[in-house]
Ligand binder design. Structure first.
Ligand code: PLP
Length: 417
């Protein structure tokens, strides 16, 4: 199957040098072949040979209620049976918009697109149009999708994502995009000073998930808010990873900071391709006279995806204890890992914000992919395959090892630890 598939499609690691945390890339690096998954239910994946795995990749984060969550599946099936038409307004899109706007602070209007990438691209375009300025400040290490505007045009000839330890992708020359250092307010202030009246927006992952879950320093987000207010700059929160995960209202609610434009993806689609960007009516109305073509694809807001997303948001909205449970379980995993790793004398760093957690093995050639890739890959290979044999599916990546423990029960966590 792998041989057949590799002749037919291009794996992620061949497209993005340096690599995102792609399991395909990880498998290649350790001399194995990727595992083809047949089905997924709750916290588990089942491969083509019917072997089960606890899923610590969680499809990169959308499935906080577990795979094949019944109400979401039922909504998709019901809508598919009714038939769908694309590009026409639907009540469903209105309903999910109403619900999203009621859950997230500081937004009045939302527009649906097909991915987190499109959401970020659209947010930047909107900010440029609304402010009549061109320049965008983004943070080195934050990831805002695979569009040219972020991987190439936004790269400023420097690194677009990765970690402090592992630089990640080196992008092409940027036009009008300036890289700032995450958690360094002085640096942002200096950049604004050098580009007075020219910066449209600052875009940020409010918790830098793509660097391995780096939380914002105390006062950093508020400081950005103040700088934006003082200089007529829009603050864009890329909540593709944090939205509907850290709290109902995402990072805005968790940290109590208002963003001007918010981007969504992942959870909002309930497993189908949905992205969205949202803002106040004042900002969003900038789009109205330009018309829908300004930012709409053939399948934007398509009823099947809207049905999945609406069912997902309804389930999240109805469950008042959800975010606390997610956080508790992740904290439970964190404590278990700390205990075991310390007992074994393995050097590690764990970062956690709510249910976002990353474990980094500090320069350990056995556990750390980045270190292993430089030297002794054999020991890492054994470690990785040991996990797979025991039915633990993780993505050792170009940087931190990720553990997304959402949708697992405490018993599952015990087994894993
Ligand atoms: N922004 C952030 C913070 C992300 O984590 C991602 C994806 O991982 C994206 C944007 C891009 O979203 P998508 O993969 O849906 O295009």
């Amino acid at each position: 199957l792998y041989q057949r598939s590799s002749q037919l499609f291009v794996a992620a690691e061949q497209v993005i040098p340096g690599g995102v945390n792609s399991p395909v890339r990880a498998f290649r690096a350790v001399g194995g072949t990727p595992i083809f998954m047949k089905s997924a239910k709750g916290a588990y994946l089942t491969d083509e040979d019917n072997k089960q795995y606890i899923d610590y990749i969680n499809s990169w984060g959308p499935m906080i209620l577990g795979h094949a969550h019944e109400p979401v599946v039922e909504a998709i099936v019901a809508k598919a049976k009714l038939g769908t038409s694309f590009g026409t307004p639907t009540e469903l899109e209105t309903k999910i918009a109403e619900l999203a706007v009621s859950m997230v602070p500081n937004i009045d209007k939302i527009r649906f697109v097909n991915s987190g990438t499109e959401a970020c691209m659209s947010a930047v375009r909107l900010a440029r149009g609304y402010t009549k300025r061109d320049k965008i400040v983004k943070f080195s290490g934050c990831y805002h999708g695979h569009s040219d505007s972020f991987l190439i045009a936004a790269g400023s000839g420097a690194v677009t994502f990765g970690t402090p330890n592992s630089p990640g992708v080196t992008a092409g020359t940027a036009k009008d995009t300036i890289l700032a250092r995450y958690n360094d307010l002085d640096n942002v202030s200096e950049i604004i000073g050098q580009n007075q009246g020219e910066i449209a927006a600052i875009i940020i992952e409010p918790v830098a998930g793509n660097m391995g879950c780096i939380p914002p320093k105390q006062g950093f987000l508020q400081g950005l808010r103040n700088l934006c207010d003082a200089n007529g700059i829009l603050l864009i929160f890329d909540e593709v990873m944090t939205g509907f995960r850290l709290a109902k209202g995402g990072a805005q609610e968790l940290f109590g900071i208002k963003a001007d434009i918010v981007c969504f993806g992942k959870v909002i689609g309930g497993g189908l391709p949905v992205g969205a960007f949202a803002a106040s009516s004042e900002i969003m109305n900038y789009l109205a006279p330009i018309g829908p073509v300004y930012q709409a694809g053939t399948l934007s807001g398509n009823p099947l995806a809207m049905a999945a997303g609406y069912a997902m948001l309804q389930a999240i909205n109805a469950d008042s204890g959800l975010f606390q449970r997610l956080e508790e379980k992740t904290a439970y995993l964190e404590n278990g890992l700390r205990k075991v790793l310390s007992e074994k004398g393995i050097a590690y760093t764990i970062n956690r914000v709510g249910s976002m957690i990353s474990v980094h093995f500090d320069a350990d050639p056995v556990y750390d992919f980045q270190t292993a890739a430089k030297g002794d890959n054999e020991s890492f290979r054994k470690f990785f395959h040991g996990l797979l044999e025991r039915g633990v599916y993780i993505a050792p990546s170009a940087y931190e090892t990720w553990f997304l423990c959402d949708a697992l029960t405490y018993e599952d966590l015990d087994d894993t630890i």
